[in-house]
Design a protein around this ligand. Structure first.
Ligand code: AP5
Length: 218
């Protein structure tokens, strides 16, 4: 099964992808995490990505598409994939459709997590991330058991440089200008299912799991 999680920065894509991918045995592919891993390794790709990410801008399509199309052919993707943060432009969506079509595959479902701007900014400013496994925490709703340490791997928690209010606002502007057109694109294709992302984390997870189960059956 090939599923996309679509939503604004802070909508809860990473939080839900971690839960759902485990439950359904799908490979979780998060473009932002891949870029942050490249940065940590000091690669040329990481340096290019950093120059855009720190400004809240999208990394150019050709760079992003090449990275993701390479990743989705790895053996762990045979059972299916859960894409988080990709595609983010119409060009990326079309490139993905073309690449999958060549393999006789396609996107089965696009889960759109809807959250208000005010709530998005509140979540981003309270977010802490594990430096090692990238698990997200929040100072209000999802505190780690030990302050500053990841529950899952014990890694150090830190605040992302692009979660400052100024950069987060820029990321939201970019989302509305460049990613929102995907809602119409996937809606016209009959693949979009919207979910209320302002419910609690568990409830959103249940809604998404139900939508996926309905998608498997149709
Ligand atoms: P990326 O890392 O993908 O960031 P993003 O899309 O901006 O999404 P976030 O990770 O900020 O939010 P999320 O929806 O995963 O929310 P989370 O689960 O963490 O991208 C970063 C940058 O990389 C981009 O700006 C761009 O430069 C580049 N990039 C990445 N992909 C690209 C692409 N395809 N093309 C070009 N450039 C690309 O949750 C947020 C917080 O809220 C957490 O603290 C969490 O605990 C909390 N929370 C989650 N759910 C709930 C809930 N239901 N109730 C209360 N709190 C909740």
């Amino acid at each position: 099964m090939h599923v996309i999680l679509l939503g604004a920065p802070g909508a809860g894509k990473g939080t839900q992808a971690a839960l759902i991918s485990q439950r359904l045995g799908l490979a979780h592919i998060a473009s932002g995490d891949l870029f942050r891993q490249e940065q940590a390794s000091g690669s040329e790709l990481g340096k290019i990505a950093k120059s855009y990410m720190e400004k809240g801008l999208l990394v150019p399509d050709e760079v992003t598409v090449k990275m993701i199309l390479g990743r989705i052919t790895a053996p762990d993707c045979d059972k299916g994939i859960l894409l988080d943060g990709f595609p983010r432009t119409l060009e990326q969506a079309k490139a993905l459709d073309e690449a999958l079509a060549k393999e006789g595959k396609g996107i089965d479902l696009v889960l759109y997590i809807k959250v208000s701007n005010e709530e998005l900014l509140r979540r981003l400013s309270g977010r802490w991330i594990c430096r090692d496994c990238q698990a997200p925490y929040n100072v209000v709703e999802m505190q780690p058991k030990v302050a500053g340490k990841c529950d899952q791997c014990g890694g150090e928690l830190y605040q992302r440089a692009d979660d400052t209010e100024e950069t987060a606002r820029k990321r939201l502007d970019v989302y509305f200008a460049q990613t929102m057109p995907l809602i119409e694109y996937y809606s016209k294709a009959g693949k979009l299912v919207g979910t209320d992302g302002e419910k609690g984390i568990e409830d959103v997870g249940e809604d998404l799991t139900t939508a996926i189960a309905a998608g498997i059956g149709r």
